[in-house]
Design a protein around this ligand. Sequence first.
Ligand SMILES: *Cc1c(COP(=O)(O)O)cnc(C)c1O
Length: 389
Amino acid sequence: MAVFEKAERLKQLPPYLFKEIDRKKKEVMARGIDIIDLGVGDPDIPTPPHIIEALKKAADEPANHRYPSYSGMAAFKETVAEWYGRRFGVTLDPATEVITLIGSKEGIAHFPLAFINVGNIALVPSPAYPVYRIATLFAGGEPYTMPLLKENDFLPDLEAIPGDVADRARIMIINYPNNPTSATADPGFFSKVVAFAKKYRIIVCHDAAYTEMAFDGYKPPSFLEVEGAKEIGLEFHSLSKTYNMTGWRIGFAVGNQEAIDGLGGIKSNIDSGVFQAVQMAGMEALRGDQSCVHEMTRTYEARRDLMIKGLRDAGFTVNSPKATFYLWVQVPEGYSSASFAARLLEEAGLVVTPGNGFGEPGEGYFRIALTQTEERLSEAMDRINGLSF
Ligand SMILES: *Cc1c(COP(=O)(O)O)cnc(C)c1O
């Protein structure tokens, strides 16, 4: 029995859905089976050398050893604003419309504390990155689920949100290109979101972690490109996926000044900013040679093609994604997400993420992360073909 009772905010969390998978994974490993982990969305490719060099140089500089500015170095925020201008044609005031984050997860998790009171609603997608829902609960808010369904191209159906729910909502969270469904959204959808948010005075938080991981020449839009977006929304961005920097912990939020200011008010009382040397490396990433980004997308594109062909030949139903390093695959007839993931693990040594782990509307799917070499992915496909469903 535990001596210390945990706070309600922890006790209210749903049971950890991957616990059973984690237990089975250990069991299978103990049997000496070579596991291929297609579960985690963490790039297997190292950070480009020119970015590492920038960190090394900046780490030697004593001025960088002191507390950084809470909201981020002016030079970093200017670099972000320039990058938004180049990439999206979006104009930002670096002083008031940009804030540096310790990874975008940090900003997303803290944001509801700035705008949600007890009893307020946050409109959150499902299946989704679990942080959206949990951050709402930690702030005392009520998450209202917007299901992402295949028949709606994995976009939320705004018309299905009841008026009294929208009236009580303070924020809406969306994420395109999407994790876990790999769906993309066009500016037309973003315009509908802007109109909805204006009508109900809701702040839109767009998680844009995957805008640079796109294929076949597709360039995902920023939410802030559409007219009126900056009046009601902000966008969370990250260097994690674009530059293989998940371990570095650097991201940023941009957009509506009041929203950025509110987030800054929370953060300045919790953390003390991002190590300046990491911000300087981030500046090098955003301003430097972008050929590493093209190389990264070519790598994932080839892996995507290999796996989509393999899975379709094996009889699976899966959309070929235009962006993200995820495949969102329907489980075969007669299986649940959990039972199929368990079978792949036990009989083929493959770790995939059961779709219901991202929320109940994800039931019937599993997610594959393309974070293994083509050789390992081929091996995974061979093992899948060795099973019969
Ligand atoms: C990976 C990911 C992020 C990025 O997280 P960081 O904290 O910036 O590393 C944000 N949102 C989603 C949906 C992700 O998958």
